[in-house]
Design a protein around this ligand. Sequence first.
Ligand SMILES: NC(=O)N[C@@H](CC(=O)O)C(=O)O
Ligand SMILES: [Zn+2]
Ligand SMILES: [Zn+2]
Length: 455
Amino acid sequence: MDLVIKNCKLIGKENSYYIGVKDDKIAQISKNPLKADKIKDAEYNLVIPGLIDPHVHFRDPGLTKKEDFKTGSMAAANGGFTTIIDMPNTIPPTDTLKNFKEKIKIGEKKSIIDFSLHSGINNNTEIEEISNLKPASFKIFMDLHKDNELDELFKNISDINKKIAIPLNQKPKLQEKKDIELSKIDPIKITLHCENKEIIASQTKEINANNLNHTDSPISYTFHRPPQAEIESIKYAIKLSKKYNIAIHICHLTVKKALDLVNNAKNKENVDISCEATPHHLLLNSDAFNSYGTLVKTNPPLRPSVENITVTNLKNIGMIGTDHAPHTLKEKNQGPMESSPGIPNLETTVPPLLTEVNKGNLDLNVLINSMTINVSKRFNLKNKGSLKVGYDGDITIIDMKKEGKINIENFYTKSQYSPFDGFKYKGIAITTISNGKIIMEDGEVYNDNKGKYIV
Ligand SMILES: NC(=O)N[C@@H](CC(=O)O)C(=O)O
Ligand SMILES: [Zn+2]
Ligand SMILES: [Zn+2]
């Protein structure tokens, strides 16, 4: 073995185990000692699959003063993550074959963990060409498009799906390598930021017409983007998913009513739909504007406590997406309307959520599944998300009892703000292992690992 982790506590198991990694893969899980060049002692802490984040913004290329693939991936490792999926809203956007290939290159040069990419949406030729490189999904910001434009985008994707996503029972003869590659293309999925553009516009118009804008109050921004904008947008997304038979994934869901819509579509109407929630929407509500001002400005906004989702809803949500969305401090302090929306999260997700587990508010299995297997399954990340022989040697060790205070001074992200700074936690990731290589121990990240683009 290249690496053996000894004294591992595994979920649902009594004994302690040895996990052996060889050639980047989990090679053996055993009650009996295994031999290796390198031994890591888990000291009877909980050993889980490396965490996977389906939603980060590493800002590379073009916005690297906020973050880049190196610092972003180091922040991920520090938070216990071994795989991330990066969003396409960079400069230039990741929506052409050229830009997509360029981003893979940047990631393969700078990332210390494995990564996948969500693609942006451009013309049909670009979509088709990018789909050969197997992006996790194509991302649409619904708040940037009118309904008729969205209908057209879904139609374009469905045309491409019909053309290139070959149904399993109709595989062509596999003569050439090209054919083999084509035959493997899964139908394109669409990932969605759900807020209705027209509702936001009419809300803004009404606020301005009646002079209701309290421009000095950070919470005022949220009134422009009410829960109804999210709800109507999700309703329309479900409608388009049914009309064009396309699988959809809803990002950063915020209110219980939206969750009901998703679950109803999934369970009663057989819609191929999934969703995710951020740690800030699960743990904070709009009262946080009183303490943190525009630093907690994010899209969709934090919601009033009467309607926001909480950790008790996670079992029905199924996935955590951190929406790690770093900005500079200057960009975050431009007043309620002008400040950049987004909260960095990779290093502030595990400790607050494990604290909820320790308090008895959240089931540990629900949390871990939401950050591992549920993500890899949904986005077809092969050999990720589970501790099984043959799977990638991506492993995280968590200390459920360790207590401390979150301190952003110790973070690897470039961003310098967090509503969780100073948070008293119980439970944290103490070791991160990527493909059998230790990349984080007790908050120290070793940045010499090379991550790869995964399909
Ligand atoms: N969530 C945010 O408020 N901002 C994200 C964009 C996004 O995910 O909507 C960003 O890129 O900064
Ligand atoms: Zn978004
Ligand atoms: Zn985002």
